[in-house]
Design a protein around this ligand. Structure first.
Ligand code: SF4
Length: 293
């Protein structure tokens, strides 16, 4: 298999085979991310992709799902992406779900009709690293789009019938804008229909501009308790029904699972309990030991 750079496996479906069709990230400028810093963006040659598919066919001819790599294969135009999906079907005809990650802005180069066609070819689940629905925060972290883009592009996915996930990056606005980040993100996410909302807590990794800013006193990171308060505010304001998962900040504790709206009171109560009685030193220690997103 041609794995040439950073490989990020979706932690929630770890048995999916991976297929690298791009390397790196087209944006590579988010202030909290070093994941693909040294990996220039490239599309994999079709010969490599075909060789890998032949190998996957040998290993698991009945594969039902597959994850495309790397950061945002979704950036490819329809004309480049469709032949790859066709090739996946040729070698792995039982594939039911082709899952890919992407940026909100990757959807701009595709029409609803093209997204429908990609879905027919199997691309039925997309994870969007949205991070925030608050324009100030999106600018602050250099995300490269605004709330109106999130709404426009997510509505295209809904019109095309493609399922999608949205992520909320807990803590990324820092102390001053924490509440705006939580409330505005929930408001924007609630105007969409994601199948899943995932939240991760900000960890300041070495080499990130945000860590440098924190060291120079230009960014005030939240404490573990403040992260939980922000997460609670986000959940309280979230009104779209979906699966809800948390990682990096707190896991388990009645937080993760389907039917957010039916469980919302329990999630908020669990967060309240964690805010009042949780071991913040233990949470901080978990974060200190993290090496990557
Ligand atoms: S967070 Fe995602 S879009 Fe931003 S630089 Fe990292 S991989 Fe690229």
């Amino acid at each position: 298999m041609h794995f040439t750079g950073t490989v990020y496996r979706n932690p929630y479906w770890p048995t999916w085979p991976l297929l690298e069709i791009t390397q790196g990230c087209t944006h590579n400028k988010c202030k909290f991310c070093t994941m693909y810093k040294d990996v220039p963006f490239k599309m994999s040659p079709m010969e490599w992709i075909e060789e890998d598919l032949k190998e996957l066919k040998e290993m698991d001819p009945h594969a039902k799902t597959i994850q495309l790599l790397s950061a945002n294969p979704l950036c490819m135009t329809y004309d480049k992406l469709a032949p790859i999906l066709e090739m996946i079907k040729k070698y792995l005809p039982e594939i039911e779900v082709i899952y890919t990650q992407g940026r909100v802005s990757d959807l701009k180069n595709k029409t609803v009709e093209q997204l429908k066609s990609l879905k027919e070819l199997g691309m039925s689940e997309i994870s969007l690293g949205v991070e925030s629905g608050d324009d100030w925060t999106l600018d602050r972290i250099n995300k490269g789009y605004h709330a109106k883009d999130i709404l426009e592009q997510c509505h295209k996915l809904e019109d095309a019938g493609v399922d999608y996930w949205m992520t909320f990056l807990n803590g990324v606005a820092g102390r001053e804008y924490s509440r705006e980040h939580a409330v505005h993100s929930a408001e924007i996410f609630s105007q969409c229909k994601p199948m899943l909302v995932g939240t991760g807590g900000l960890t300041l990794f070495p080499g990130t501009p945000l860590l440098e800013e924190a060291e120079h006193g230009e960014f005030e990171p939240l404490s573990e308790k403040e992260m939980l308060i922000e997460l609670k505010t986000f959940v309280e304001h979230l009104t779209c029904d979906c699966t809800f998962i948390t990682h990096h900040t707190v896991s388990g504790k009645n937080l993760t699972g389907p039917n957010l709206l039916a469980r919302k009171d329990r999630i908020v109560a669990a967060l309240d309990n964690e805010i009042k009685h949780g071991d913040m030193d233990a949470l901080a220690a978990i974060r200190r030991n993290k090496r990557t997103l």
